[in-house]
Design a protein. Structure first.
Length: 166
């Protein structure tokens, strides 16, 4: 039960952080919002670290530094995409790419997920297309779906790759 509880709490915290970061990035410089979010995350990590058993080896610390750099850059690009692009397109695009990166790495390295897991990935891709207004038609109000600038689109793709690498 505990892994499911932790997964739900983690999802809630990530979602809240993404919403607040995107919201803040529309009102303050993206770099400032990113630095504050990373500083708060580091403070929380340092607060709980003494209570986590185990010993960190040098390789663990190196992986941690790599994850920190990758994750921090991914968050900066996430906030940039949310601040400059269409959130309803950027957010699901970033999420789907972030999911596809570890799935792709797993497949390339020899992992073979079951049919249900692969179907889940397929449904996720379909959901992103539907959520982001993937068609060229107008909605019920007669308004065509929003488009994203090239810079915001590229920021979203890069963010997804970096967050997935994290």
């Amino acid at each position: 039960r505990m892994p499911f509880i932790l997964a739900i709490l983690s999802s809630m915290l990530y979602g809240t952080a993404d919403f607040l970061g995107g919201f803040g990035s529309r009102r303050a410089p993206v770099v400032t919002v990113t630095l504050w979010s990373q500083a708060l995350g580091l403070a929380a990590l340092l607060a709980v670290a003494p209570f986590i058993p185990g010993t960190a080896r040098q390789i663990d610390l190196m992986w941690g530094v790599g994850a920190g750099v990758t994750g921090g850059a991914g968050v900066w690009l996430l906030y940039r995409a949310l601040a400059t692009g269409t959130v309803s397109i950027a957010a699901p695009l970033i999420s789907m790419i972030a999911l596809l990166v570890p799935v792709t790495v797993g497949l390339v390295s020899g992992e073979r997920p079951g049919v249900l897991a692969l179907a889940g990935v397929g449904v996720g891709v379909l959901a992103v297309v539907l959520i982001s207004g993937g068609g060229s038609h107008s909605d019920a109000s007669g308004v065509a779906p929003a488009r994203m600038s090239r810079a915001a689109f590229l920021s979203a793709i890069a963010s997804g790759v970096l967050v997935g690498g994290f």
